[in-house]
Design a binder for this molecule. Structure first.
Ligand code: SAH
Ligand code: SF4
Ligand code: F3S
Length: 477
């Protein structure tokens, strides 16, 4: 039977940044879908960044509105969605593995619908391979999750692969239902897409143009979260510091922080920041707004100016340090974390040393470290590389040794102090401990069996520092 190809991915199209008006879709499900999932259940696997986690909450909301119920056990679900990531090759390898495991399942449940969505289907080669080699019913991308009920209906009716991947600038989805994973911490997407085009990165191709939600929609969402009892929000975007640029109004990310601080939410975090776009107003908002937490994830990628240039990062080692110093002046004690890529094509030992130097200079208290991964369709994929895989692994290990010290130092500096912790729940090792994150975003464990503390902000006196967490004692209020 022929597959239903509503639209196929195209990386060249995805690169275009046409001056089109971005469409805002106010989601409202057609009544004809309200019993689509009656008596059926769903499960969503989520990989990749927080953007995908937020998207999965929307897809869960849409599925529940269409009558599906959540299945705790993915093996028993009637609809299984894989919300995928394409940022590095190993992220994709995991998906091929899961798809392989799902292969036999269709024989047990002929009505099972397996769908693959998110960033991987946005790549031509990945979608071709899925169509060719895997027993998947539904393939859709990042711009059309709002079509989910229609796509499911098509999959039920046609009994063959339904593909809809749009390589457009994208849209803005408002009013979609959401099933949030936490009752006290919430993701709030403030902008979609990315226009930075760092030369190694696939994200601008999979997520479309930078497009900001209207500030009033964001403020309304946060006010509702406050009313529902949420304590913490994390504002999401690939480059939140570019918020508002596309709206052509005199309103930037810093303004948004000041406005959200007035909503009464206890804690505001945000990710991810681009060092070039991090401006003074944002730093001042971090100083002035009590709710904006003293932690910033500021990906540097490399400490070498030539590599930064070839990466198209648009700042230098020195400019990065100047922003860090300004931040430290305005927000004393702020904790800084970062992302670093080692083994970018032709990176020399000397250039790598410049990265180690920067890590020492800043004193990062955490870092996600990656070996460069070639992404088809990006400019860096065309570069000839003379660094061996073995050398890249050695560099990664040297870097990790240094960044692990930073994690430990970041905990050590709180020993003896009292920190405020938003309690998430029981510690995983189940030894009568509970855990949560401090204002500086440090995972903190403390002894207590009081489940009522979940979702509360408590004071904890830190007694011990470990590499990955800190331990303390609950203070009597
Ligand atoms: N928008 C964010 C995060 C994007 S992806 C930012 O700009 O920081 C998260 C991280 O993945 C990036 O910060 C980068 O360190 C890493 N990354 C992206 N593309 C990569 C690639 N091709 N190989 C290795 N790491 C990559
Ligand atoms: Fe990728 Fe750069 Fe955009 Fe981040 S800012 S998503 S690294 S292109
Ligand atoms: Fe991955 Fe897509 Fe996020 S590639 S990192 S899931 S934007």
């Amino acid at each position: 039977m022929k597959n239903v190809k509503l639209s196929m991915p195209n990386l060249k199209e995805a690169r275009l940044r046409r001056k089109l008006d971005i469409e805002t879709i106010r989601y409202r499900m057609d009544d004809k879908y309200k019993d689509l999932g009656k008596g059926k259940s769903y499960y969503i696997y989520t990989y990749g960044c927080q953007g995908n986690e937020a998207d999965s909450e929307v897809m869960a909301g849409i599925l529940e509105q269409a009558g599906y119920t959540f299945s705790e056990d993915p093996l028993l679900a009637d609809v299984v969605l894989l919300n995928t990531c394409a940022v590095r090759e190993n992220a994709e390898q995991r998906i091929w593995g899961v798809l392989g495991q799902l292969k036999g399942r269709k024989r047990e449940n002929p009505d099972l619908i397996v769908g693959i969505c998110g960033c991987m289907p946005q790549e031509e080669a990945a979608t071709a391979k899925i169509i060719e080699s895997y027993d998947v019913d539904l393939i859709f991308g990042t711009h059309n999750r709002n079509h989910l009920p229609m796509l499911l209906e098509q999959a039920y009716m046609s009994k063959c692969k339904v593909v809809e991947v749009l390589s457009t600038e994208g849209n803005i989805l408002e009013d979609a239902p959401k099933v949030r994973q936490s009752k006290h911490k919430a993701w709030v997407t403030i902008m979609y897409g990315c226009d930075e085009f760092c030369t190694y990165c696939i994200v601008p191709y999979t997520r479309g143009r930078e497009r900001s939600r209207q500030k009033d929609d964001i403020i309304k969402e946060v006010k509702e979260l406050v009313e529902e009892g949420y304590k913490e929000i994390t504002l999401l975007g690939q480059n939140v510091n570019a918020y508002g640029k596309d709206l052509n109004i005199d309103y930037t990310f810093g303004d948004l922080l000041y406005d959200l601080d007035k909503t009464g939410i206890s804690r505001i975090r945000y990710t991810t920041s681009h060092p070039r776009d991090l401006d003074l107003k944002t730093m001042e908002a971090m100083r002035d707004c009590k709710s904006v937490m003293p932690h910033l994830h500021l990906p540097v990628q490399s400490g070498d100016n030539d590599i930064l240039k070839i990466m198209n990062r648009k700042y230098t080692h020195e400019e990065y340090m100047a922003k860090v110093n300004k931040l430290r002046e305005l927000v004393p004690g702020i904790s800084l974390t970062t992302d670093i890529i080692v083994g970018f094509p032709n990176e020399t030992e000397e250039q790598f040393i410049h990265t180690l130097d920067l890590v020492k200079e800043v004193g990062f208290e955490g870092a996600f470290t990656f070996i460069y991964s070639k992404r088809e369709g990006t400019p860096a994929a065309r570069m000839i590389d003379n660094v061996s895989e073995e050398e890249k692994h050695l560099r990664l290990n040297r870097l990790i040794e240094l960044t692990n010290q930073g994690y430990l130092e970041g905990h050590k500096r709180f020993v003896g102090s009292i920190v405020k912790v938003l309690v998430d729940g029981e510690s995983k090792n189940g030894d009568g401990m509970m855990c949560g994150y401090s204002e500086h975003n440090k995972l903190t464990h403390f002894k207590s069996d009081n489940k009522d503390l979940v979702g509360q902000i408590v004071s904890v006196k830190i007694t011990e520092a470990k590499t990955w967490f800190q331990i303390g004692e609950l203070c009597e209020e």
